[in-house]
Design a protein around this ligand. Structure first.
Ligand SMILES: Nc1ncnc2c1ncn2[C@@H]1O[C@H](COP(=O)(O)OP(=O)(O)O)[C@@H](O)[C@H]1O
Ligand SMILES: O=C(OP(=O)(O)O)[C@H](O)COP(=O)(O)O
Length: 394
């Protein structure tokens, strides 16, 4: 991807008193009390915002949180305000909406160096549809655009792509640049053997990535909620595990493709199953081919952990996205904890994957912690990210 103009190219004269629309990725994990359980993405957003504050800009922050269907209290960005204010050392103001008169008024009241956080941009369906009228309304709030939301750069949405058409200059933030610099380099010439570990729960958006990964890697390990679609495709009973029914044919063809390409594709041979999706569920280990009705797979089993660990010990570069199990519940965290500790250069991406390595204290063993899971996988596939393409070239 061509090098993009950076926020660092804009100096005080370009920024002082200017209203800057900054798309950040504050899609952080929250617990049931709406407490942030991992603030990596918030901390990663700070350098760009600080730079803008120091140069006297009026900072308008925009993000999504989760995948809400309409306005939903639990997906409000309000819980982010205290941590953002603390990290930035300024009182961040919060708007109850992301467009409209009230927002315009709050923007007009912003002092130079002030920061306003807009409410979840996905409360409008128009965001994910990349609706041009909605993008224009967002653009009308500001004088220039900075995209620092690497984690959402693979989405062509109104606040990540559409808005750049109406607001110039449109430049990359420091985090976006750092991620691109590292990932484009690391994945274009990886040290081999090169392995990818793909897990997590976003099966439908990540299963397609596997196809392109088979062109790049020597070894592919699958875990997490990803595996049951593959098991079902092979005729195994999967109980009430997570399955994408419309991806069964794709799963079969991926297994065949791996074979024909000579890529080692490892699926767990045993799984830890639970009688409910809860921390206090009853659990037991069973072979992958025999998950009883009413039970669901929530982690990879001990035999698989051993096989995966041995396979990873021979690798030089590992890119990892998506936990191996429901690590948020201690009973189902072992697969994730063990797999994360392997490989020489380990590049990890994804909001929950990062939370997982932070939780088990392995973050400082990683070569690069990316704030984007889907985004880093798409880069690895060799795709251009729409949120980056829309920006001005350097
Ligand atoms: N077997 C499983 N069944 C259901 N959910 C799972 C399973 N294994 C992992 N998960 C869940 O996947 C979530 C993370 O998935 P995903 O969003 O794809 O990862 P990331 O945010 O790192 O890209 C975690 O919250 C985890 O609990
Ligand atoms: O968490 C994110 O992606 P990731 O889980 O792939 O890292 C981004 O905030 C994008 O969210 P989305 O996958 O709901 O578009």
């Amino acid at each position: 991807m061509a090098t993009k103009r950076s926020v660092g190219d804009l100096k005080e004269a370009d920024l002082k008193g200017k209203k800057v629309f900054v798309r950040v990725d504050l899609n952080v994990p929250l617990d049931e009390n709406l407490k942030i359980t991992d603030d990596t993405r918030v901390r990663a957003a700070v350098p760009t915002i600080e730079y803008l504050i120091q140069n006297g800009a009026k900072v308008i922050l925009s993000s999504h949180l989760g995948r809400p269907k309409g306005v939903t209290a639990k997906y409000s960005l309000k819980p982010l305000v205290p941590r953002l204010s603390e990290l930035l050392g300024v009182e961040v103001k919060m708007a109850n909406d992301c467009i409209g008169e009230e927002v315009e008024k709050l923007v007009s009241e912003l002092p130079d160096g002030g920061v306003l956080l807009l409410e979840n941009v996905r409360f409008y369906r128009e965001e994910e549809k990349n609706d041009p009228e909605f993008a224009k309304k967002l653009a009308s709030l500001a004088d220039l655009y900075v995209n620092d939301a690497f984690g959402t750069a693979h989405r062509a949405h109104a606040s990540t792509e559409g808005v750049a058409k109406y607001l110039k200059p449109a430049v990359a933030g420091f985090l976006m640049q750092k991620e691109l610099d590292y990932l484009v380099g690391a994945v274009s010439k990886p040290k081999r053997p090169f392995a990818a570990i793909v897990g997590g729960s976003k099966v439908s958006s990540k299963i397609g990535v596997i196809e392109s990964l088979l062109e790049k890697v020597d070894l592919l390990l699958l875990g997490g909620g990803m595996i049951f679609t593959f098991y079902k495709a092979q005729g195994f009973s999967v109980g009430s595990s997570l399955v994408e029914e419309d991806k069964l044919d794709l799963a079969t063809s991926l297994l065949e493709k791996a074979k024909s390409k000579g890529v080692t594709l490892l699926l767990p041979t045993d799984v830890v199953i639970a009688n409910k999706f809860a921390a206090d569920a009853d659990s037991k280990v069973v072979p992958a081919s025999s998950i009883p009705d009413g039970w669901m797979g929530l982690d990879i089993g001990p035999d698989s952990i051993k096989i995966f660990s041995e396979a990873l010990d021979t690798t030089q570069t590992v890119i990892w996205n998506g936990p191996m199990g429901v690590f948020e519940f201690d009973k189902f965290a072992e697969g994730t904890e063990t797999s994360a500790a392997r490989g020489v250069t380990t590049i990890i991406g994804g909001g929950d994957s990062v939370a997982a390595v932070e939780k088990v204290g392995l973050a400082d063993k990683m070569s690069h912690i990316s704030t984007g899971g889907g985004a880093s996988l798409e880069l690895l596939e060799g795709k251009s990210l729409p949120g980056v393409l829309a920006l001005n070239d350097a």
